[in-house]
Design a protein around this ligand. Structure first.
Ligand code: GLN
Length: 307
């Protein structure tokens, strides 16, 4: 089926009851305020067409999807060799916030940039004059690649992430002790908590997806990141983007994707589409339960799986 013939309203309707199978994130009060039944989607193609349905205009925090953005900038800033000397490329098989493999992996190196430990290490590599400048560069880069100049952080979410993020904080200090984090740990954590708290909609996420689909070129065809960096990011999205569900997700959906506990999923149909999902009801692994099912339906209809 062609994208223009896809009945997104119907697919949203069919998948809405699946939201009952999960729960909204509640590790901070702000996230628990999300509406569990919400389900929204936005699909962008290279002809400038935009197809949206459901709660695609609802704002939510980007959370772990920001790990993809930070990784691209950290590689641009430091080069691939530097980044992957300090963070691995392998799935951990553990939950996103797990700490346990840090001690058994080689030199305390986090398994990959899509789990919290790896992402905190990556955030510590963003360059800038001071912590304010580093985060500003990350936010500006996100604005540039998503072509959304309105992006800002949700301060309430940021403050509660920072106040309650003890496990993330302990991973940060562990990484400092191992020499993976070079600078100030609190600064690395500040960048990480702030990047997670950036507010987006399914439209922003779809734009990010289209940027990655187009191998790091913006809508004018200008190269912002090299095809090599975009390939690294896409590949890590396939192997690690849905945490310890990445294998099952690859079988069901078959697209490079990254989820966040705010309910977002970015999915990439290489050279063709960017897909943004908002689905705050999460399964036990912290992935949007109805959003995954919706993506599976879309891939069945469009036959757009990459494997
Ligand atoms: N801010 C969240 C955390 O660090 C992000 C996690 C996620 O989206 N999986 O726990």
């Amino acid at each position: 089926m062609e994208l223009k013939d896809l009945n997104l309203e119907k697919l949203i309707k069919n998948n809405r009851e699946i939201t009952n199978l999960g729960n909204v994130a509640d590790y901070i009060p702000e996230l628990s305020k999300a509406n569990k039944e919400d389900l929204g989607i936005c699909i962008l193609d290279n002809n400038g067409n935009i197809y949206c349905a459901g709660e695609y205009q609802t704002k939510f925090t980007v959370q772990s999807i920001s790990k993809v953005v930070a990784l691209m900038l950290a590689i641009l800033d430091n080069g691939e060799e530097y980044v992957f000397a300090r963070v691995g490329m392998e799935p951990s098989g553990d939950p996103f916030n797990s700490i346990r493999k840090l001690e058994t992996s080689s030199r305390g190196k986090p398994y990959n940039p899509m789990i919290n430990a790896g992402a905190i290490a990556v955030s510590s590599m963003i360059k800038g004059d001071d912590v304010k400048d580093k985060f500003r560069r990350l936010l500006d880069f996100f604005k540039e690649i998503s072509e959304d100049q309105t992006l800002e952080i949700n301060s309430k979410v940021y403050l509660s992430e920072s106040e309650t993020g003890n496990k993330n904080r302990s991973m940060g200090y562990y990484l400092k002790d191992e020499g993976i984090i070079k600078g100030n740990v609190e600064e690395a954590l500040e960048i990480y908590f702030k990047q997670c708290s950036i507010e987006v909609t399914a439209i922003t996420i779809a734009k990010l997806g289209l940027f990655i689909a187009n191998e790091g070129r913006n809508s004018l065809g200008e190269e912002i990141i090299s095809p090599r960096i975009s390939r690294i990011v896409k590949t890590l999205m396939v192997t690690c983007g849905m945490y310890d569900s990445s294998g099952e997700f690859a079988v069901r959906v078959g697209l490079p994707s990254k989820s966040g506990v705010g309910g977002g999923i970015v999915s990439v149909v290489p050279n063709k589409l960017g897909i943004g999902i908002y689905s705050p009801s999460l399964d036990s692994k912290g992935n949007p339960v109805a959003g995954i099912s919706l993506l599976e339906d879309i891939c069945n209809e469009l036959k757009c799986r990459i494997f």
